[in-house]
Design a protein around this ligand. Structure first.
Ligand SMILES: [Zn+2]
Length: 236
């Protein structure tokens, strides 16, 4: 899904020239992303932006005091805080670390200066914001249309793509929260994918065993989103 993102690099900082990239990274500090860390709350002013080089950040929203519902995910393909490129200073959604990793962090004010000074960076962030919008659209549709098992397969494939790993530490409780379903539904779906030898699950660790098989088990949203990404590739 993030075929244009080299392993070990962030796709947005990776679009900068070598010299600009070195200067940009010198303005950042590197931080560990620990599972469950809340990086920002919705509607609060963004103080910092994050460029993951590993791990996955989940974007979630609460409606009518219901549990937070995940609507998007950010990995090496992008960044947290892209809305600053549109002049929006507050976070549209809560951001929580879903899979641990590492990120480059820059203050929001410094990032705004960089956007003003570097049209190439601005274009790249706009492009990513468009991709993120496509992802949240598909997630919203998927929530209402597809069955838990095929949604879980899609979600695991996305986590794999964003985190560049086949093994993740995820409990049934975290999976239920991410997909906005009851734990019993997740237990059933994990059991079914496990039985088909597509994944293994033990002690909070999920491993993808059969990537092609999991793709077949996933709902259409997975391939539809990749196709939509391709239609806009080259804009950034
Ligand atoms: Zn779907």
């Amino acid at each position: 899904m993030i075929e244009d993102c080299e392993q070990g690099k962030n796709a947005i900082t990776g679009t900068l020239s070598c010299r600009d990239g070195r200067r940009f990274e010198a303005l950042c500090h590197r931080t560990a992303l620990s599972q469950g860390d809340i990086l920002c709350e919705s509607d609060q002013e963004l103080e910092a932006v994050y460029f993951p080089v590993s791990g996955v950040i989940s974007l979630a929203m609460a409606v009518n005091n219901q549990p937070q519902l995940e609507l998007g995910m950010i990995g090496r393909d992008g960044m947290l805080g892209a809305t600053l490129s549109l002049g929006i200073l507050s976070a549209p959604m809560r951001a929580v670390v879903q899979v641990e990793g590492t990120a480059l962090v820059m203050t929001a004010s410094q990032f705004q200066e960089e956007l003003r000074a570097n049209p190439r960076l601005l274009k790249s962030v706009h492009y990513y914001q468009l991709r993120l919008m496509m992802q949240t659209e598909h997630t919203a549709v998927c929530l209402n249309v597809h069955q838990i098992e095929s949604r879980l397969a899609r979600w695991l494939l996305m986590i794999r793509d964003l985190g560049f790993a086949d093994t993740f530490h995820l409990t049934h409780k975290q999976l239920a929260r991410a997909l906005g379903v009851r734990r019993s539904g997740i237990t059933q779906a994990v059991g079914s994918l496990n039985q088909r030898d597509l994944i293994s699950h033990s002690r909070g660790k999920i491993r993808i065993l059969d990537h092609a098989g999991l793709k077949s088990a996933a709902c259409d949203c997975y391939s539809a989103l990749i196709n939509r990404y391709r239609t806009v590739s080259g804009i950034g």
